[in-house]
Design a protein around this ligand. Sequence first.
Ligand SMILES: [Zn+2]
Length: 137
Amino acid sequence: MPNGIPAEVKEAARIARALSHPARLQILNELRDGGAYVMHLTAVLGRPQANISQHLMVLREADLVTAEREGMTVIYHVRNPHVLDVVDQLLVLARERAEAHRMDDVMVGVEELDGLRGKRQRRRKGKCRCPRCREEG
Ligand SMILES: [Zn+2]
């Protein structure tokens, strides 16, 4: 990497790389309002636990999330809520871009994502048995 790049900018790029997967954007979204259990993330994202764990590792390595042991399980939290503002702004950009280019196929996906903006998808699939969803159920 060229030497003229300030450390702060390199760090920002490192964060952007960690964000650059749809599953990781979804995971961060689910960590709003008090974090989430791995069990919750697998239920809501519909991905195998091994896959979720890989994405969580990328987010941890970038210092974007923290893991806290809670009895037999682990609950993940965003380390700094500013990352959720970034996720929200990316969703705004995605929607505006799709509208501008009349990308109807993308719009379908974006509308789904847009519904995510600022809120979690708790109990979306109605089958999450994590402690928090059971509590709210
Ligand atoms: Zn849950």
